[in-house]
Each structure stands twice: as structure tokens, then as C-alpha cells.
Design a protein around this ligand. Structure first.
Ligand SMILES: [Zn+2]
Length: 146
């Protein structure tokens, strides 16, 4: 499956594999596995470190841009208490707003980098043809190499 499709579905908070919606109990609680295709979202221990990383990158970008733009717009007399308060507030609000997107987007990125394996329990109808071919070629290469 093309990475673009995985990312597009994830950006809509859908399962990257089957486009199922409703993957969250609430804004900050994700279901452990997709109710439709059975993909277990925490694929490895520490899987969600990647979504934290995405969230941290976005927050840093927002804080730096907000700081630079607001100082530039109000130069030569920037109201630093207001700007500081706004950047501090954005550092709290942005990761909360982006949280579910960071989860689905990281799942899509992980699937693009590390395709589904046979034993991951995804329903057979959703096994990805391209991924399967890639897995088989990687396994043959491994067998030949070892
Ligand atoms: Zn699914």
C-alpha cells in the first residue's frame, strides 16, 4: 500500500490499513486494536515514542514560529509578557490538540517503514498485496544472505 494512502487515512484519524473510523474512546484514549481489520496499534514495546516525537517536533515548530512572528510583527517594542504567555499556552494546547493525529500518523509512518508481518493478526482481507510481495523478497534476501 502506498505511503501516501496510509498517511492520508491517518490524517483523517482513520486506520491506515482499512480506513476504519472511531479509533478513539475519547480525545486521548485510543483503542488497542482496529475494530475492523484487527491491527494492533502498539506494534512493539515503546511504539508510541514515535508519536511523542511527532508531537514534540510540532510543538517546537509552533512555539518558535509564534515567537519569531509575534516579535517581528510588534518590533521594536514587543510585549514579551504577552508573547511569552501565548507561546507557553501554545506549548500546552498544541500537543493536546495534535495527540490523536500523532497516534494515527505515527502508525502510518511505522507501517510505511515496517510493513505488516504475517503474524500481526490483521484480518486476511486486509493483508496488503504490495507489502506481502516486499516481505517475501526481504525474507528471500535474508535467507540467501545467511
Ligand atoms: Zn483497520
Amino acid at each position: 500500500m502506498p505511503a501516501g494512502t496510509l498517511m492520508r487515512r491517518a490524517a483523517r484519524l482513520q486506520c491506515p490499513i482499512c480506513a476504519q473510523r472511531g479509533l478513539f474512546h475519547n480525545w486521548v484514549q485510543m483503542v488497542p486494536e482496529c475494530p475492523r481489520c484487527g491491527l494492533v496499534f502498539g506494534r512493539l514495546p515503546g511504539h508510541w515514542l514515535g508519536s511523542w516525537f511527532l508531537n514534540i517536533c510540532l510543538v517546537q515548530l509552533v512555539v518558535v514560529l509564534l515567537l519569531i512572528i509575534s516579535v517581528a510583527v510588534t518590533w521594536p517594542d514587543p510585549p514579551m509578557w504577552i508573547i511569552g504567555g501565548a507561546t507557553a499556552a501554545s506549548a500546552i494546547i498544541v500537543p493536546f490538540l495534535f495527540f490523536p493525529y500523532s497516534r494515527t500518523l505515527w502508525t502510518a509512518i511505522d507501517l510505511a517503514m515496517r510493513p505488516l508481518d504475517y503474524d500481526e493478526g490483521v484480518a486476511p482481507g486486509f493483508v496488503l498485496g504490495g507489502d506481502q510481495a516486499q516481505l517475501e523478497s526481504e525474507r528471500k534476501a535474508q535467507e540467501n544472505g545467511e
